[in-house]
Design a protein around this ligand. Structure first.
Ligand code: ARG
Length: 450
């Protein structure tokens, strides 16, 4: 029997059932029962239900919570959704009084609450994972601070930097991803229960008491908004999407760095795969899948935005689709953090030195130190590089004679044409020097342990 059979002479058709029943919400079971326990406590506290009913419902719900936590809870074919399943089981356990559970409540405010409870916990988990990942990047950066690599612009070698600086460039956005998730948690932490189907109830409900029971920091202000709003779910999924996009960008570099052409890194054999056809290969499949799965999370955000667009207020059944999207985005983020973290943790970095030409800016800046306008210095170094290339040489092979072609140069300027020296001389704050890397690591660790 459905929750709504009273109005109907006929049972639902199989086709309606197959099309409308959703099993994805079963992941909300524990949150659903937790929300129901808070609802019952409120009904008792507000004098809406007598104590003996409150006690019976609470006992029954606690037993269901036990079944949910131990995995013993059983669904039956007639359960339309997780909410109906819990009410059906409650009546099995405590008898007709179980029918009082839904007093002053609708599945519309109930499901909105369940999802917020679920995502609040998920957000906490992801924030912790992100902190651990960024901490690992800080540790790796510390261990690789003395390795000198080129930083790229236009995928051309640009300047020499500490390799740790590059790793940290992935840690900082991760810190912001974490902060964004924590900020989103505050908006998730608002209870919609008490909104009813859409317009509230004639009963003296106490939404504040429910929120207090659940440790939520605020309650809805408008019942229509409480049941129809999905912006916060969408915001959380955006947080997931932005984070997996950052991870995908890191993954792309892990693929690139592992190629024969780059030769920057060797991965732990346990974190790469082989080829069924090509015996020599080791493939970075974790990184490739991280990149590929990021695409599917972008789909989740787009779908959630589209779900809201054009939806009249208040609750419409369309909104049932939000859960699978939110779960998929969150699951993908959790799994990607775990897998990519394992791949990175086992990586051994051995990048070759950058091209000597990456010191070209240092040579130009040396001239500016003598009062030469930067534009003239840039021209002079550019001409020197062009002349050397014309003879099949590069900047690293320049001699005093080559510099003598332009009076702006002094012989001693040759000493700055050295990628390692360039990193050692780098002064600007937040730049690619080793000192900057150590400073960043300290700041990052401090901000992550807050
Ligand atoms: N399964 C539904 C959902 O996820 C629960 C709310 C159903 N409400 C209703 N009026 N049929 O949105």
């Amino acid at each position: 029997m459905t929750l709504w059979s009273g109005r109907f002479a006929e049972p639902p058709s199989d086709v309606l059932w197959r099309y409308t029943v959703d099993h994805s919400d079963r992941r909300l079971l524990v949150d659903d029962v937790t929300g129901s326990l808070a609802h019952v406590a409120m009904l008792g506290g507000a004098g809406i239900l007598p104590d003996e009913d409150t006690d019976a419902l609470t006992d029954g719900l606690r037993r269901i919570l036990g079944e949910a936590e131990s995995g013993e809870f059983r669904y039956v074919n007639g359960d339309e959704d997780v909410h109906s399943a819990v009410e059906r089981r409650l009546i099995e356990l405590v008898g007709e009084v179980g029918g009082k559970l839904h007093t002053g409540r609708s599945r519309n405010d109930q499901v909105a609450l369940d999802l917020r409870l679920y995502l609040r916990r998920a957000a906490e988990g992801r924030a912790d994972q992100l902190a651990a990942f960024a901490m690992m990047l800080a540790d790796l950066a510390e261990g690789t601070a003395d390795l000198v690599v080129p930083v790229f612009t236009h995928l051309q070698q640009a300047q020499p930097i500490s390799f740790g600086h590059h790793l940290l460039a992935h840690a900082w956005p991760m810190l912001r991803d974490r902060e964004r998730i924590i900020e989103c948690m505050a908006r998730l932490d608002v209870s919609p229960l008490g909104a009813g189907a859409a317009g509230g109830s004639s009963l003296p409900l106490r939404p504040d008491a429910v929120a207090g029971e659940l440790g939520m920091s605020a309650i809805f202000e408008n019942s229509i908004d409480a049941v129809a709003g999905r912006d916060v779910v969408c915001e959380y999924v955006f947080c997931c999407a932005q984070t997996v996009v950052g991870l995908s960008r890191l993954a792309e570099e892990l693929v690139l760095w592992g190629t024969t052409e780059f030769g920057w890194v060797t991965y732990d054999e346990r974190t790469v795969t082989g080829s069924s056809a090509l015996p020599q290969k080791q493939n970075p499949d974790i990184a490739e899948l991280a990149r590929g799965r990021a695409a599917t999370v972008l789909g989740d955000v787009t779908a959630l935005l589209a779900l809201q667009k054009g939806l009249p207020l208040a609750y419409q059944r369309d909104l049932q689709e939000d859960k699978a999207l939110a779960f998929h985005a969150d699951d993908t983020l959790a799994a990607t953090l775990e897998a990519l973290g394992a791949m990175l943790a086992g990586a051994r970095f051995h990048p070759p030195l950058p091209s000597s030409e990456t010191a070209a800016l240092d040579l130009a800046e040396r001239l500016t130190g003598r009062g030469v306008p930067f534009r003239r210095a840039h021209q002079a170094v550019g001409r020197l590089v062009a002349a050397l290339h014309g003879n099949g040489r590069d900047l690293g092979s320049a001699t005093g004679d080559d510099l003598a072609a332009d009076p702006l140069f002094e012989q001693a300027d040759l000493e700055v044409i050295d990628p390692q020296g360039s990193v050692a001389q780098r002064l600007s704050p937040g730049g690619g020097s080793v000192a900057s890397v150590h400073h960043q690591i300290e700041t990052l660790r401090r901000r992550l342990s807050n």
